[in-house]
Ligand binder design. Structure first.
Ligand SMILES: *[C@@H]1O[C@H](CO)[C@@H](O)[C@H](O)[C@H]1NC(C)=O
Ligand SMILES: *[C@@H]1O[C@H](CO)[C@@H](O)[C@H](O)[C@H]1NC(C)=O
Ligand SMILES: *[C@@H]1O[C@H](CO)[C@@H](O)[C@H](O)[C@H]1NC(C)=O
Ligand SMILES: *[C@@H]1O[C@H](CO)[C@@H](O)[C@H](O)[C@H]1NC(C)=O
Ligand SMILES: *[C@@H]1O[C@H](CO)[C@@H](O)[C@H](O)[C@H]1NC(C)=O
Ligand SMILES: *[C@@H]1O[C@H](CO)[C@@H](O)[C@H](O)[C@H]1NC(C)=O
Ligand SMILES: *[C@@H]1O[C@H](CO)[C@@H](O)[C@H](O)[C@H]1NC(C)=O
Ligand SMILES: *[C@@H]1O[C@H](CO)[C@@H](O)[C@H](O)[C@H]1NC(C)=O
Ligand SMILES: *[C@@H]1O[C@H](CO)[C@@H](O)[C@H](O)[C@H]1NC(C)=O
Length: 660
């Protein structure tokens, strides 16, 4: 009981001492230290808040840079103030030091200068380098802390980042339903025959795709307010690793080289007629090329492809049953002297195409991922036999309810992705029964979201078929006087480009058909045959490039390390003040001790020194005072120690006596 009371008393006494001899004298420095910690924390917090954010989000009237510059300036000042006090206190300790207690008196002034500025700190550095780590660190802090401001500024960088706006800031037109009855009209009324034809502008658009497929009339323009836009992907990655972004009705083309079916009748050696001077080329469908004046140099025709059936292998591309036209282009090619020709049959058919699209710098890049031909959709009819007849009966009617259709899978509706396996789960779906070879023989009926079923009106399809077939039929002639670039196709002048300056090949024919198909697709997407209320578009997000704040944290290492060093030194000082509370005092930068205890500065012999009369050179003193530099010069030669305070009842002792 008694012992514990004693102990408690002792502890109380110790705590009181701790406060009086260590904490109170260092009170300002501790407060400053907390201040520095707070400032550094504030700098970190402000900077990390701003990190990665667009600069325009900064809402304070003072800019981020000015704010951090101000904070770091105050921070530096606080660090330097603490370091100066540490150096000042070390000044006394330097002379109290047990290890090498006799020091030149001049050091007193060096320490004093160091606590006042950078130059002094630099001068002190070599003196304390080996003997006083705390002073060394404090001088380093005073010097290096100059870089704090620039370093903090350096950590704040501007980066341009892309940030997406909301969905709907970009759009692309697509064709979803092509079924506008106003795109055809009834031309003649006769009791027996009723004629229908395409309406003029529709016909015009279609005609322009055949005659001028590269025209800008058939270019898709995206709406993208910033020039950079993306479209949400349909999730299921394609083999190329890119996701489909949209799909649309379109026109596809596929071509096959029928050159192998050409037969040749050689020029007879005893030619009497013009025709016999040159070889003649035949295709099984009775298309014929005959070189020579007025002969057929290029023929273009449409029709049934039974004659080419042996080439219609799956590898060559099986032509869909429901096509606008199968066009055969048969032409003489190459130099006048060689008997070359090119023959290709191409099919133009309606199809469903899916794409990957994005807009960069205002340019739309769209790449075709997949395409599926359209087939009649028997949605309403549940018959299982006689389908072919049924289709033929119904789909040629102007108000036919058997459109050509295809189902898009995967397909995105609002935010849901549907695939063939789970489409039927949709609540408010539409019935589809695709009459395609793929679904034979039952042609099952399935329910699918309306957004996933793309339909093309069959009567419009038939009218287009008629226009295309009529215009893709003709023959052209050539003779040397026309020049190699030209060919005469009379009324079917738009067939001339197939001539390709007599350099036609299966490749050039294929390219022109894909250009025609592309132009037709774009016309469909631009609204060809679509009711205004059925116009569809795919929505995307515009991306804007904003200047953002980016922090390079490594630059903040300097202020952090400085604070850590300062913390170590300050707490070392405080603990020393506590340990030697009986012998050393916390005088810091106070100069009064020099007046109060001049006698404590003892020379090598332990005696106090009369500094004023201490002679270092023989020249006698004529003035009452020495100059500062004279004093410093003399002080450099005076070796002193600062004798420690009272301890264990002794009058005066040096620490050397105390240590083992
Ligand atoms: C189509 O537009 C592009 C750029 O917008 C232009 O360079 C080109 O000459 C145009 N072509 C025609 C045929 O107008
Ligand atoms: C025509 O001539 C070529 C050689 O110039 C020959 O290979 C070919 O069999 C001939 N055709 C006929 C039908 O005589
Ligand atoms: C010339 O042509 C005719 C018929 O085309 C043929 O009967 C006759 O034998 C030919 N003469 C020669 C010399 O080839
Ligand atoms: C085109 O050829 C395919 C394959 O032979 C055939 O099924 C289709 O009916 C043809 N289309 C037209 C319009 O002739
Ligand atoms: C086809 O649908 C009709 C009603 O639209 C129904 O009466 C008939 O039974 C159905 N036939 C079959 C084979 O499902
Ligand atoms: C998609 O969203 C639109 C409006 O936001 C809504 O009218 C439509 O029914 C939705 N479609 C489906 C399949 O949920
Ligand atoms: C349909 O299946 C796909 C994957 O198979 C899945 O991502 C999607 O969420 C499913 N949709 C619904 C409506 O269940
Ligand atoms: C669009 O993206 C390109 C390339 O990524 C970039 O150079 C350009 O600055 C961006 N333009 C806009 C307006 O964001
Ligand atoms: C202690 O100081 C006195 C003068 O104040 C001096 O005379 C004496 O020699 C000193 N003692 C020691 C042990 O240094």
């Amino acid at each position: 009981m008694r012992i514990s009371t004693l102990k408690a008393k002792e502890i109380g006494q110790r705590l009181q001492d701790l406060y009086r001899f260590a904490l109170l004298p260092w009170g300002w420095e501790l407060l400053s230290w907390f201040c520095a910690l707070g400032l550094l924390t504030a700098i970190f917090t402000i900077i990390s808040r701003a990190n990665g954010k667009p600069q325009e989000d900064w809402s304070f009237p003072i800019t981020l840079n000015s704010l951090t510059a101000t904070l770091s300036t105050i921070y530096r000042a606080v660090l330097v103030a603490i370091a100066a006090q540490i150096i000042s206190q070390d000044k006394w300790i330097w002379f109290w030091k047990p290890s090498s207690p006799i020091r030149p008196l001049k050091h007193l002034q060096l320490f004093e200068d160091a606590s006042r500025g950078m130059w002094g700190a630099l001068t002190l550095m070599p003196v304390v380098a080996r003997h006083s780590p705390s002073s060394l660190i404090a001088t380093i802090i005073i010097i290096v802390s100059l870089a704090t401001g620039p370093f903090v500024q350096q950590s704040i960088k501007t980066e341009f980042r892309e940030s997406p706006l909301e969905l709907g800031t970009a759009s692309l037109p697509v064709a979803h339903l092509v079924n506008d009855p106003s795109s055809w009209f009834r031309t003649q009324f006769q009791p027996a025959v009723i004629w229908w034809d395409l309406e003029a502008t529709t016909r015009g658009s279609l005609f322009s795709t055949l005659t001028n497929p590269h025209s800008n009339d058939s270019t898709i323009l995206s709406s993208c307010i910033t020039g950079n836009c993306t479209f949400p992907s349909w999730g299921l990655a394609q083999p190329e690793g890119r996701g489909t972004t949209h799909s649309s009705l379109g026109v596809c083309s596929s071509c096959v080289d029928v050159g192998s079916l050409v037969t040749q009748k050689n020029a007879s050696t005893n030619a009497t007629s013009q025709e016999d001077t040159y070889p003649t080329f035949y295709l099984p469908n009775e298309m014929k090329l005959a070189r020579g004046y007025g002969g057929t140099w290029m023929a273009v025709g449409t029709g049934d492809l039974g004659w080419a059936s042996k080439l219609m292998t799956p590898e060559a591309g099986v032509f869909p049953r429901w096509s606008f036209a199968n066009v055969t282009v048969f032409t003489i090619a190459g130099d006048p002297d060689d008997n070359r020709y090119a023959a290709a049959t191409c099919s133009l058919y309606p199809c469903l195409q899916s794409y990957v699209a994005s807009v960069r710098d205002g340019r739309l890049s769209e790449s075709l991922v997949d395409s599926t031909p359209l087939y009649p959709d028997l949605g309403q009819y549940n018959d299982t036999t006689g389908l072919e007849t049924l289709i033929h009966k119904l789909y040629q009617m102007p108000y036919s309810d058997i459109p050509l259709a295809a189902i898009q899978s995967p397909c995105r509706v609002n935010d849901t992705i549907y695939t063939t396996s789970n489409m039927s789960k949709v609540v408010d779906g539409t019935n589809v029964r695709i009459y395609s070879p793929e679904h034979a023989p039952d042609y099952p009926s399935i329910t699918a979201p309306k957004e996933c079923v793309y339909r093309f009106h069959s009567f419009l399809f038939m009218l287009m078929q008629a226009v295309i077939q009529k215009n893709m039929d003709g023959s052209c002639t050539w003779d040397g006087q026309m020049g190699i670039s030209f060919i005469e196709c009379s009324d079917q002048w738009w067939l001339a480009p197939f001539w390709e300056q007599r350099q036609a090949s299966v490749g050039t024919i294929t390219d022109r058909f894909s250009a025609i198909a592309g132009a037709m697709t774009n016309q469909l997407r631009l609204g060809f045959g679509t009711r205004p209320e059925d116009k569809a578009q795919v929505l995307g997000t515009a991306i804007q490039t904003l200047p953002c704040t980016a922090i390079q944290w490594q630059w903040l290492l300097l202020p952090t390390v400085l604070l850590i060093l300062e913390t170590i030194v300050l707490f070392r000082m405080i603990s020393r003040s506590w340990r030697f509370r009986e012998e050393e005092m916390v005088w810091k930068s106070n100069i009064l001790p020099l007046l109060y205890y001049p006698d404590r500065f003892a020379g090598t012999d332990g005696q106090s020194i009369n500094y004023a009369t201490h002679q270092t050179d023989a020249s006698p003193m004529r003035r009452p005072f020495r100059t500062a530099s004279e004093m410093e010069k003399s002080a450099a030669h005076i070796q002193v120690e600062l004798r420690r305070g009272r301890r264990q009842g002794e009058d005066n002792i040096t620490l050397r006596d105390l240590l083992p």
